[in-house]
Design a binder for this molecule. Sequence first.
Ligand code: PSU
Ligand code: MN
Length: 309
Amino acid sequence: MTSSPTLVVTPEVADAVGSGRPVVALESTIISHGMPYPTNVEMAREVERIVRDHGAVPATIAALEGRCHVGLDDAQLEQLATADGVVKATTRDLPWLVATGSTGATTVAATMRLAALAGIKVFATGGIGGVHRGAATTMDVSADLTELASTPVAVVSAGVKSILDIGLTLERLETLGVPVIVHASDEFPSFYSRHSGFPAPRRLDSPAAIAAHLHATWDVLGLTTGVSIANPIPVADEIPAHEIGRVIDEALAELDAFGIVGQDVTPFLLAKVVERTEGRSLAANLALVRHNAAVAAQVAVAYTALLGG
Ligand code: PSU
Ligand code: MN
């Protein structure tokens, strides 16, 4: 699918997809709701540059005034980083944004869906959503998992933050038939830390090996799921799990005290963690996003080469 009045794909991205060259999708919730200004827009620009430096075309995705954009220019990135009232949009919110002419920053789920509509196979982000702690009573499970089950896009993340129940998230991904690959580690990572206490469901050690897995998933076996690629934060940027664990426990207690529920849960917890760690978590977040962008671009390059692009 190429551009239409409601799905606006930049000529550069449409051309790369059309001629089988590597493209990496990037989400926008991390810009509007995941980081403070101006770090958010600097991060968005830098991540696009990293994707280019590794030989792929970046495509940041968002809905602006009712149009779904695949590929954003500098002014549009700035708008998402600064504007008030940018909705946090998961897949089910996309029709509402289009029908009402609204502006929304896309989560992993909504970004995956729009990437798929534009023919993009590889996507880089920070962390994916999952099963929240206490989900047995709240039933709060991110739509990111539903999307991974049904949309054939590979999502490179630093794993799952321990604001979530990592064990239940991995169980859910198994039930949904979503391959979970850890890049070059035997343990599933927990975003700020390379450790989580949970073993890697599967381990692969290079972008080429991951590309071969994507080829087997979609082109050989014809599976229709996404693939979760967990890329552990570099050792030098890690925050030890016990240190961040204390901060997360405090943030969870405040969540209960304030009675915050639904789609506000994740942004609230992320903001509290940044506040409590005096920016150290933000530095770690930036480092892992850069690393994910580089690996995702290398995977996209290797995958298009396998397809003969
Ligand atoms: N986890 C992070 N940073 C983020 C998010 C999750 O460490 O910015 C964002 C992503 O956009 C993700 C979304 O898709 O939060 C999940 O929200 P929810 O739990 O409401 O599905
Ligand atoms: Mn939720």
